[in-house]
Design a protein. Sequence first.
Length: 85
Amino acid sequence: MGEPDRRFSFWKKQMAPCDTERQTLLDGLARTRTLISQAYSGFNTTQDPDLIESYVFEINALQSRYCYLLRRVKELDACLPTAQV
């Protein structure tokens, strides 16, 4: 009887909790940037005053979220040793 079929598998390196959180925050930044762009696009194409007001609130909320996420990424980067950054 032959040997069992051996396959090479490449193990993914386990990410540290800080790295996982940082990646989650960076993904959130990218999604928020996309949503801000979409909100600006809607704002620029509408004529209705109610929709304009709605887009203004949405853009402000998204910019607040973006600032929060960016601040958290910077805080994590400040805590990491310089070799990992």
